[in-house]
Every structure is written in structure tokens, then in C-alpha cells.
Design a protein around this ligand. Structure first.
Ligand code: G4P
Length: 525
């Protein structure tokens, strides 16, 4: 018998992993899927990443890069929960989609390489989570290798990211001398590379080992106990509310490669991570348990194969239950649609989904109907979920059609791809030249390929030196302030934006023109 809708929604945990390339996202994902029984062999996801896996003819660029659309969303069952992991493409395929994915999750897992600490991409993704108040769970990885001192890593979290932390466990040694973790939360010790029956050592009420144990002879263990004392006295208090509101991150240490500390992490994650929450809309907060089915599109994946122009729109379900064949309203246009072709993503394969509830992600076949940010709703009354935020591009190209006779197609293509959210468009003020802005290089490549395949236009792109975009408070500025170092352009909504070559040019401009108040939409106050 079907469980009641509310129970189904309560069992959902939907998250994304934020990390810098090589921190261990693929390895950790794979271990989590193994626990959930969603894959049988380690190596499945890895093989996809490296392109050893046969993928469908989905997206040519993705195929070339060995990324598979099937790993965009992975679902597995564990301990009564249904867990959805959304992929955040990170290597050369880092793009606005990576950011937008974070609008579709209820929490995030941040992986940090213990030897490297906080890296560039982690910081960028962290900011987006912060902006949205998403709870963040931190997994410090690769403890089987020599890394930074744990206290130093905690200090980095606070100083670089500005988030307070609560270590749920603490390492005993590291690298060749890694003995395990002191589990403050479960009041036990979990030993590294020790057989299952002896792996856990229970601690007494004072957090000490009763009786004899080899660990007691170790100076590394003494050091851990001292550090734990320090954390108890001077560290933050554990607070479930602060985890949920995203101001405190629980920190776990482990080694994904050796599957150490992963299950301990998963158990605590599931205990504290939020189930789908109410979301704001034009009709107020929408309860995920509402009978009305609703969701929003956060990503559209185009098929790069010219013979198959279809696309997949990724829908985050925010309330109610999806049933195949149901009729919904597309709020933006007021048109009704029948959701006949839908896909749910699994680790091993795509499969047709018959039913899904709030928290789940489904793929809808799209022949150009949807735009990023669209809301669909069952029933007669349409509403709109909050607009997706604007992300600040960091790469810019000047773009034009190779063949001047193709201007019409060129403009049409750009308008549509920009509207779809594939890329951001800017125009120089007087000359109205087109500049494209992106978060990652892949967006330009996808743009170029789609202009060729879908609009039959070859484009020329010329890389610009500008890297920093800043919007202007009040949108009122003297156009004479525009120069090559601080180029004034307008975005697609007509808002004025300065494009600076580098931090230096930005600071110089601000010193000279203190009356112009610049802002970055991605800055967290
Ligand atoms: P990513 O998806 O975040 O980019 O990282 P991925 O999991 O692919 O891991 C990057 C590298 O780090 C891989 O090594 C992986 O084996 C290694 N790694 C992940 N977790 C751990 C860990 O806990 N300990 C250690 N020592 N290494 C870890 P590689 O040499 O790049 O790839 P491969 O040869 O293992 O395939």
C-alpha cells in the first residue's frame, strides 16, 4: 500500500555536494550509493566521470567530456530514507547550472581535502549556499594522508568561510599514523583499519576508555584528548537549530577512499538534515505536504545531437505528488500541459518515473516549452516560486555572427538561449555590441555548439580581459566613466553593469568614484 504523502515527503533528503575538483566528491558519492545499494560495484560513477562508461547519445559535449546526464541526480534508499544527490559539475564543466542546482536542494555537503583546506570553487559554492541559508554539513576527507592540522582546518572554516563549526568527531593522528576518530557525538571511538567487531570502542560518561586499550599508550591519542578538551571548553556548542538555519556546520572527519567515517557521517547527516521545507511563492509559503502538485525548473539540458533536438528540463518538486500523465499549469504562460514523458534519474540508469513527491527531482522532456525558473502547478490557480537568483559571471567574450547575412538567426538564437538561462547577455552602451558572460568556459562551448546546431549560425567569440562584473545601486551613473578598464554595459534587463579587468581596476575605480555604489548580487550580507 502507498504510504501517506506526508510520510513520503518526510523521508526525502535532497542535497548537493559542494567541493573543489579532486576533493573526493565522486569517491564519496560512490560510497554513499554503495551503502544505499543503488550501485553494485565501486567504480560505476568514476567510470562515468572518466568516460569509460557507455552513455546514451544525450549531449555531445557531455559525452566528449565523459559526464553522463544520468549522474545529474542520483537516488538511493537507506534506513527508511529516500536520498537524492544532485550533481554539481565542477571541473571544466563548472557553470551557472552548478550554482542553480543549489536552489533545488534542502541541504549541502561540503567536502574539504584535509591537505588543501578551503579552495576556490568550494568558496564560490559555499557563498551560494549561504545566500540561500542552506544547512551545510562538512566532511573533511583524505585523513589517510598527511594533511593540515585539524585545528587549523577549523580556523579556516571560520576565517575564510565565516561559518561557525561543531566537530562531530575528531581525528586521532593522520596519514600513516591515522588511528581513527574520536566520535564526540556518539561517544565512541571508531578505529581505522580495524575489523568490524572491534572497530568501535565505547566511551564512558566522561568520554574516556574504560579498562585497558592499546590506544591509551599512544601519544597521538593523548593529543586528541587534549584537543577535545579544548573544543569542549572553547568551541561552539552543538545546536540543531543553528545547523538547520545554516549558521553552524557540523564537521566530520574521514577517508572516502577507504570508506572510513562515511557511514558515521551518513547516519548523522540523515538525522539532522531537513526534509523538504515550505517554499516562498507569489501566494505565500507552499507546504510540501499540500495536495497541490508544484515545482520549478532549475536546469535545462539540451541535446547536442542535431538529429534529436529534444531537451530535458529538470524539475524540483516542491509540493504534492507527481503522477505520470497528469495535467499541469505552466504559470508563466497560463497554458496547460500533460506530463506524459518523464524521467527519474538513478545511479545506474534512467528510468521512467510513475510517481514522485516533494523533494524529488524529475526530468521532463521538453521541446522548447520551459524556461529556467518556470513554475508548474496542478489545478487551476497558477503561482510562481521565487525567482532564481542572478549569478555573477566571471568570463566574458565579445560575440558576433561570422556571416553578416545570418544576423536574424543570430539575434533569435541569442535571445532564446539567454532567456533559457544558458548564458548571460550584456550590451555595450552606444555601439550595442554583444558580450556574453559565463561562470565557466563550458557555457561558451555549449552556446557555440547550439548556435550552430539549432540556429545554423557560426559565431565568432573574442575573449575579453574583464573578469569582474559589478551592478550599480540605483542604476544611475555617468556614462563617461566607461573605459576599457571599467567598461560600462547593460544587462538583459537594461540594468547598468561595470566590467572590470581585475581587482586592482575595481579598487582604483572605487577610490576615484566613491559616489558610485557598486554591488555584487552574489555577496552575502
Ligand atoms: P572529485 O570527484 O571531487 O574530483 O574527486 P574524486 O572522488 O575523483 O577524487 C580525486 C582523487 O582523490 C582520486 O585520486 C581519489 O582516489 C582520491 N581520493 C578520494 N578520496 C580519498 C581519500 O579519502 N584518501 C585518499 N588518499 N585519496 C582519496 P586519483 O588518483 O585522481 O584518481 P584514481 O586514480 O583514484 O581514479
Amino acid at each position: 500500500m502507498m504510504k501517506k504523502l506526508q510520510d513520503q515527503v518526510l523521508s526525502r533528503r535532497t542535497f548537493a555536494i559542494i567541493s573543489h575538483p579532486d576533493a573526493g566528491k565522486t569517491t564519496l558519492t560512490e560510497k554513499l550509493l554503495l551503502f544505499g545499494g543503488a550501485i553494485r560495484d565501486a567504480g560505476t560513477i568514476k567510470a562515468k566521470k572518466t568516460g569509460k562508461f557507455a552513455t546514451s547519445d544525450w549531449m555531445e559535449i557531455e559525452k566528449q567530456r565523459g559526464i553522463s546526464v544520468t549522474s545529474s541526480v542520483m537516488q538511493f534508499d537507506y534506513d527508511g530514507f529516500k536520498v537524492n544527490i544532485l550533481d554539481t559539475p565542477g571541473h571544466q564543466d563548472f557553470s551557472e547550472d552548478t550554482y542553480r542546482t543549489l536552489t533545488a536542494v534542502d541541504s549541502a555537503v561540503m567536502i574539504i581535502d584535509s591537505a588543501k583546506g578551503i579552495e576556490d570553487q568550494t568558496l564560490k559554492l559555499f557563498k551560494v549556499c549561504r545566500m540561500r541559508g542552506i544547512p551545510i554539513f562538512t566532511f573533511i576527507n583524505k585523513l589517510d594522508r598527511q594533511g593540515k592540522a585539524p585545528l587549523e582546518l577549523l580556523a579556516e572554516l571560520e576565517e575564510v568561510l565565516g561559518i561557525e563549526s561543531y566537530p562531530m568527531n575528531w581525528p586521532i593522528g593522520m596519514g600513516k599514523e591515522f588511528l581513527g576518530i574520536y566520535d564526540r557525538f556518539n561517544n565512541r571511538i571508531e578505529q581505522f583499519r580495524v575489523d568490524e567487531d572491534k572497530r568501535f570502542v565505547k566511551l564512558n560518561e566522561d568520554g574516556e576508555i574504560e579498562g585497558e586499550h592499546s590506544l591509551k599508550e599512544s601519544s597521538l591519542f593523548d593529543q586528541t584528548l587534549e584537543e577535545i578538551m579544548l573544543l569542549d571548553e572553547a568551541g561552539n556548542d552543538f545546536s540543531q537549530e543553528r545547523i538547520i538555519d545554516g549558521t553552524l556546520t557540523p564537521v566530520f572527519f574521514g577517508s572516502a577512499l577507504t570508506t572510513f567515517g562515511v557511514q558515521t557521517f551518513l547516519d548523522s547527516y540523515l538525522q539532522f538534515a531537513p526534509a523538504p521545507q515550505p517554499r516562498n511563492s507569489t501566494v505565500g509559503e507552499v507546504d510540501p505536504n499540500s495536495e497541490v502538485f508544484s515545482g520549478f525548473i532549475f536546469k535545462i539540458q539540451a541535446n547536442m545531437n542535431p538529429a534529436h533536438r529534444d531537451r530535458i528540463a529538470f524539475l524540483r518538486i516542491c509540493s504534492g505528488k507527481f503522477e505520470r500523465g497528469m495535467t499541469v499549469l505552466l504559470s508563466r504562460t497560463g497554458k496547460t500541459l500533460k506530463l506524459a514523458q518523464s524521467t527519474q534519474f538513478m545511479a545506474d540508469d534512467r528510468s521512467t518515473v510513475e510517481e514522485a513527491v516533494a523533494g524529488d527531482i524529475i526530468g521532463l522532456y521538453d521541446s522548447g516549452t520551459y524556461q529556467i525558473g518556470d513554475t508548474i502547478v496542478s489545478g487551476k490557480e497558477g503561482f510562481q516560486y521565487e525567482k532564481l537568483p542572478q549569478f555573477t559571471p566571471e568570463l566574458f567574450v565579445r560575440v558576433s555572427a561570422k556571416n553578416v547575412m545570418k544576423q536574424k538567426h543570430f539575434h533569435k538564437g541569442i535571445q532564446q538561449l539567454v532567456q533559457e538561462g544558458a548564458i548571460q547577455l550584456f550590451k555595450t552602451l552606444k555601439t550595442e555590441e554583444y558580450l556574453l558572460g559565463a561562470v565557466g568556459q563550458l557555457q561558451f562551448e555549449v552556446f557555440e555548439a547550439r548556435m550552430r546546431n539549432e540556429y545554423n549560425v557560426e559565431v565568432m567569440m573574442e575573449r575579453q580581459g574583464s573578469k569582474i562584473a559589478r551592478w550599480i545601486e540605483g542604476d544611475n551613473v555617468n556614462e563617461n566613466l566607461s573605459s576599457t578598464r571599467s567598461l560600462l554595459v547593460s544587462d538583459r534587463f537594461g540594468k547598468k553593469v561595470f566590467l572590470f579587468e581585475n581587482e586592482f581596476a575595481l579598487r582604483w575605480f572605487q577610490d576615484k568614484n566613491p559616489e558610485v555604489k557598486l554591488y555584487n548580487p552574489m555577496d552575502v550580507s
